[in-house]
Design a protein around this ligand. Sequence first.
Ligand code: ATP
Ligand code: MG
Length: 563
Amino acid sequence: MSEKENKTSGNFIKAIIDEDLKSGKFDRVHTRFPPEPNGYLHIGHAKSICLNFGLAEEYNGKCNLRFDDTNPLKEAQEYIDAIIEDVRWLGFDWEDRLFFASDYFEKMYEYAVRLIKTGKAYVDDLSAEQIKEYRGTLTKPGTESPFRNRSVEENLDLFERMRKGEFADGEKVLRAKIDMKSGNLNMRDPVMYRIIHASHPRTGDKWCIYPMYDWAHGLEDSIEGITHSICTLEFEDHRPLYDWFLDQLGIFHPRQIEFARLNLNYTVLSKRKLLKLVEEGHVSGWDDPRMPTIAGLRRRGYTPEAIRDFSDRIGVAKSNSVVDIALLDHCLREDLNKRALRRMVVLRPLKVVIENYPEDREEELEAENNPEDPSMGSRKLPFSKVIYVERDDFREEAPRKWFRLAPGKEVRLKHAYYITCREAVKNEQGEIVELRCTYDPASKGGWTKDGRKVKGTLHWVSAAHAVPVEVRLYDHLFLKENPEEVEEGQDFTANINPDSLIVLNNALAEPDLKNAKPGDRFQFLRQGYFCADLKDHSSEHPVFNRTVTLRDSWAKIEKKLQS
Ligand code: ATP
Ligand code: MG
């Protein structure tokens, strides 16, 4: 059995759906992805998107995109637009099923009136702090509000006046009348509506009472006829409340299934914390390539295919765990290896003069675009007397097993010739400014006639033809695997990696990279996978982001696991 089949059969969500279809509880599968537009989506949301849209696809069902836009204080059109773009970019289609919780505000209001009429909801005058105090704790039962036994008529009147705007924020709330002594704190008369005099991105000033998440969410699913409402584990304890609301109202009742949220090491996945990173300027924005947001990952050069593959491989679980970010990078390398054009870029250039190469000569060498895929063709590489190599590829004193350049050492230039280093030229400060080398004219294409081998193969660019480019090297945004591990009085921002972004302004690229368009992806030989920045790249000022290095730590982990 392949790894994938194994995952599928072990997917407990599918087992529940199969059972529901078999028993006749449902005769169709309808899921939804319900983001609150209070921030950008992150890789954790991607898991939920892949899961919900993936299940709908597999069962020939439907999946809605629904905005849970119930809190105007935190939500914005910018977030709505970004979320739509991200879900589409991941490759999913909600057809004509783009919905907004705010479209159901009238319906929800009617439902609330119904609960008031049956004595199941009441208007409370306690303040937020008092409500918290009266609520009790896990070990202490709650206390009933003195306003709990208002008459139906009074409640109906007050609730209507709440809607009309007769009261200030916080002056009154509508609460469900359930059980202040319940062992489940969610059942202790939860708040259903609060007063917020704020303009909503979609309903404007039409409303000044807004439904709480716990009241609204189950109704949204019910109204849309969602069969399987999939959410993260922290909502398990809220399920009895959702059941209670739906049963009191006697309306369509979806099945809720909880799964473990995605956690990644070296990463924070909470919109609140990501917002803090943006607002405090630790990153350049929600789409900073170091952010775990979909927009950040896209700008960094991640592919939707790699993210979907990652999502598949981690599967779904019933208990929380932390996934190694190396697995995400592994999926990415597998994908990019197949599709990325190979190019040569020298990040920190060191000049090389090839003494025995004719001054006025220029050649065009043939170089394949991707050794993994001959159909991707080849390009022409100019070669001339003066070239640049990577500064790190030269050592004046070669350590043992140094297979790159050093005085007297021979190396192969990729797609070109064998060269031997004769001398390192220094400036007055004693810094090496140039290497003097000779080449073997018989080694064209990078192969020798006599069969002699060298171990080192270097990338290079021709000085006369090179294109100056800016290269941005990224590393984990956090130094610690668990960014929350801090000293007292600190928060997770104390663990930000000061070297998470290194900008190289003097890199030199082979001429073909002049043609790169924003978003184009490449493998820079020996350096990693890069993509032309979606925002800052132009042909006048090329900017490349390092998506991921070539070294695959996950492959190593896997090998170890197998041996
Ligand atoms: P955050 O905790 O990052 O603020 P959230 O849960 O408040 O996220 P929502 O917009 O409410 O954000 O989430 C939309 C959907 O995405 C929900 O169904 C939620 O369960 C799911 N989701 C959020 N974070 C994760 C995660 N880390 N792993 C899997 N699913 C997630
Ligand atoms: Mg949420």
